[in-house]
Ligand binder design. Structure first.
Ligand SMILES: [Ca+2]
Length: 457
């Protein structure tokens, strides 16, 4: 678990529900790994692609034990050379050299074949573009909220033990558990054979190095006696169990919380809760601190300060007129906070605190992170969020966003490849252009910015 995003199964649901009216969303970088795999970890980047595969996998595995590793960007234009069978022969030797028993190698990988459907899927991931309100409305549902509250109550003793041990509030774990698998539902966990998925993705040059390490971690999980190869079903991108851990996270951070000698994130709820708490703690959770709080913003504010990269003491936001969602004064203290306006100054507004960084490590999608953090506040008792000060500007269409990116690039702003998506680079460029044009610089491009740029292009 961890750093992943939305489960592949859940992603499919969201996409099918919204494909017809997909909109450009704002804010996210496209996941660097499959949507749900996008688990970022802190600390040292994995070894360079040029390293020998065995060395690279070993490096990645070592790094994984030291902290969360940020995977290198995918090599989207690479071509596979060599056969899958030859690759697997080499991998089996590598696994044996890493200490995996011959019995595990045989039971896990004997007869494994390439899954072309997974290659197709990984290479043609669509970036789903929808507004934060659309996305959170579909995922942070009342059903998940009520179920989350009920699960926290039902497993109160385990949650209390995990909170005491790791400092992570029950609601935070419950929200991840809800979004990742609907509390362990079969469709939520996925039914792909994880070992075949991992072997396929390890063979593919696009993100081979990362998945080679994950495949090795999966074998080590089997070797340790936590799971059998048959039990390893999951999302197409190789995630395991009720909180959808990548195998390396499972191997490094899962804990046996019910004391039966196995780390079982499929059937043991105590193991799921304890392991998730351990993982969140490892990602840097600060005990006793908030993570996200809905707020109301005034009519006027230095909008360019609304940026995840900028923090001010909560007292400063209070002095600028930011209040709680119910218009009460904010705690006037030194707690560092960033103002998050995913849909601009007229949309929902949140203060996010240092603990929000944990969400960004769990999943690279800011929309997912904000949704998970918001759902956790709801499970803990927060009122439903306001839709903002409305009326919300219509999001730019894919074509309009692309046109805007091309115009920004022409003026020297770095927006990367114009892809019609509002990622962080585009948001930064938008902010700079809003400042230049004297528009409220909330980093959220509306038709006003597009038209202003067309006039002066
Ligand atoms: Ca156990």
């Amino acid at each position: 678990m961890r750093l992943a995003g939305i489960s592949a199964a859940m992603l499919a649901l969201v996409m099918s529900a919204t494909a017809a009216n997909a909109q450009i969303f704002g804010t996210d970088e496209p996941p660097r790994k499959p949507a749900r795999t996008a688990k970022a970890k802190k600390a040292p980047p994995a070894a360079p692609a040029a390293a020998a595969p065995a060395a690279a996998a070993a490096t990645a595995a070592t790094a994984a034990t030291a902290g969360v590793v940020v995977p290198p960007p995918p090599n989207n234009n690479c071509k596979n050379t060599g056969s899958f069978e030859a690759f697997m022969d080499g991998f089996r030797r590598e696994a044996a050299a890493a200490g995996v028993t011959p019995a595990t190698i045989q039971s896990a990988l004997g007869g494994v074949t390439l899954d072309q459907a997974i290659l197709q899927r990984d290479r043609h991931q669509s970036f789903f573009t929808q507004t934060f309100l659309d996305f959170s409305g579909k995922l942070a549902t009342n059903n998940r909220l009520q179920n989350g509250i009920a699960q926290v109550k039902k497993h109160a003793a385990v949650f209390a033990r995990a909170e005491q041990e790791y400092g992570v509030p029950p609601a935070v774990i419950a929200a991840f558990w809800a979004l990742e698998s609907d509390f362990g539902s079969a469709p939520g966990m996925g039914k792909h054979g994880v070992l075949r998925s991992l072997a396929t993705l390890a063979y593919d040059c696009r993100r081979g190095q990362m998945f080679r390490a994950e495949l090795l971690a999966a074998l080590k999980i089997i070797d340790r006696g936590d799971l059998t190869p048959e039990e390893m079903t999951g999302s197409w991108a190789g995630e395991l169990g009720q909180t959808q851990f990548l195998p390396s996270h499972y191997f490094n951070y899962a804990v046996d919380y019910d004391g039966d000698g196995r780390r079982d994130l499929y059937r043991s709820i105590p193991d799921v809760i304890g392991s998730s708490a351990n993982f969140v703690a490892q990602l840097g959770w600060k005990r006793g601190e908030p993570w996200l709080e809905e707020v109301r913003v005034p009519q006027e504010l230095p909008w360019d300060q609304a940026d995840l990269a900028i923090q001010h003491p909560r007292s400063k936001w209070a002095a600028w007129g930011v209040t709680t969602a119910s218009s009460k004064p904010l705690a006037s203290d030194a707690m560092p906070a960033s103002l998050l306006l995913l849909q601009g100054r007229h949309g929902p507004a949140f203060l996010v605190y240092p603990n929000f960084q944990v969400y960004l490590k769990w999943n690279q999608s800011l929309t997912y992170c904000t949704t998970a953090a918001y759902l956790a506040t709801r499970i803990q008792g927060a009122t439903p969020m306001s839709r903002g000060n409305g009326p919300l500007p219509a999001p730019l269409t894919f074509e309009q966003m692309k046109e805007l990116q091309i115009m920004l690039a022409k003026r020297g702003y770095k927006v990367g490849e114009p892809d019609g998506k509002l990622g962080s680079a585009t948001r930064q460029a938008v902010k700079a252009m809003q400042v230049k044009l004297g528009l409220p610089a909330d980093s959220y491009p509306g038709i006003d910015l597009l038209e202003a740029m067309r006039r002066t292009n």
